[in-house]
Design a protein around this ligand. Structure first.
Ligand code: SF4
Ligand code: MG
Length: 330
């Protein structure tokens, strides 16, 4: 298969002194070449940890099992050298707050050219030409001028485009985007989504989009993984998920969607749990309007219902192995 990213049965717990805090439970997630995949859930559900683990950025004291492959590299078994090559060439990341990842005293051009000169050994002139081209590619209006500007002279949305340009500098195959639009207004969010769609079309880029915003994920993604308390609870195509969510948590996320202008924030009622707080049974049971007695005692297995993978006792079909491009032993 042509999986750019394949996470299979990933379980992760962080150790501190005598304590073991489980964070991820048997997470499987995949992104094919040229696919835009969403990883959606509330904060604390393990989305960022999954994304970081995909590029080998795991906590120092962690118990990890499962498989992670990026473009054929076995990430959990890779050497430090292989991992730094993975992060500087194959896979790039962008984050929620661009200002936290850029030196405020450095011009945009200097920031972009630094990476090009170090990693791609370009001359000053080559790097400047390439950086200007990247700013143009992410739709900034006046690339030559922006090259000379400082971060505070650009809006949050413009700066996020600069970060996308920086992420593209190494010609990656995979872009990992962790809440890239969360700090932005609705219009700018839509612009960032259209840039991601264009990069997939023009570059064949594979993208994993982490967000708590299910509507945004539906607008950007081919396929969506819904995460709750360290587990994937539902996977389906974006269209299918929006048409007929099968898991009560997915349905609750859609029901909690904000008003059309997104000014009024709503939330799923009840407090999200971390995996470490779950005491057996279905992690969503304390908040689930459909919970039955079985849900308190037994964790649901993953079943295939109308093309959705869904981990819920109410899904009547028999359990299946999670569907992914990798099979065990491959
Ligand atoms: Fe709700 Fe039970 Fe399904 Fe969990 S298994 S989502 S508690 S119905
Ligand atoms: Mg996060």
């Amino acid at each position: 298969s042509t999986a750019m990213l394949a996470v299979e049965d990933l379980t992760l717990a962080v150790r501190r002194d005598e304590d073991v805090k489980p964070i991820l439970a048997s997470v499987s997630l995949s992104c094919a070449k040229g696919e835009i995949v969403g990883l959606v859930g509330e904060s604390g559900s393990g989305k960022s940890m999954t994304l970081r683990t995909a590029v080998g950025l795991t906590p120092a004291k962690a118990d990890i099992s499962g498989r992670v492959q990026v473009s054929g590299l076995d990430v959990l078994g890779a050497s430090g050298k292989e991992l730094s090559k993975l992060r500087s060439r194959t896979a790039s990341m962008i984050f929620q707050d661009p200002r936290a990842h850029i030196n405020p005293f450095q011009r945009i051009g200097t920031f972009l050219c630094e990476g090009l000169r170090i990693h791609q050994r370009m001359s000053k002139e080559e790097a400047a030409r390439k950086a200007t081209g990247l700013l143009d590619e992410v739709g900034l209006p006046d690339p030559a001028r922006h090259m000379r500007q400082y971060p505070h002279e650009l809006s949050g949305g413009m700066l996020q485009r600069v970060m996308i340009a920086a992420a593209l500098a190494s010609e990656p195959e995979l872009l990992l985007a962790d809440e890239p639009t969360t700090a932005l207004d609705v219009t700018t969010q839509a612009e960032i989504v259209s840039i991601l769609l264009r990069l997939r079309r023009d570059r064949g880029l594979s993208i994993v989009l982490v967000t708590h915003d299910l509507d945004l994920a539906v607008s950007a993604c081919d396929r969506i993984h819904v995460m709750y308390a360290g587990s994937i609870v539902e996977v389906a195509s974006a269209a299918e998920l929006a048409r007929a969510p099968q898991h009560p948590y997915t349905a609750a996320l859609f029901a909690a969607r904000p008003s059309p202008d997104r000014t009024e924030l709503k939330a799923v009622s009840g407090r999200p749990l971390g995996l470490y707080e779950v005491e057996g049974g279905c992690a969503f049971a304390p908040r689930c309007p459909k919970a039955i007695d079985l849900c308190q005692e037994t964790a649901p297995e993953t079943r295939l219902v109308d093309g959705h993978q869904v981990a819920c006792h109410l899904a009547s079909e028999p359990p299946v192995q999670p569907v992914g491009p990798l099979t065990k032993g491959e």
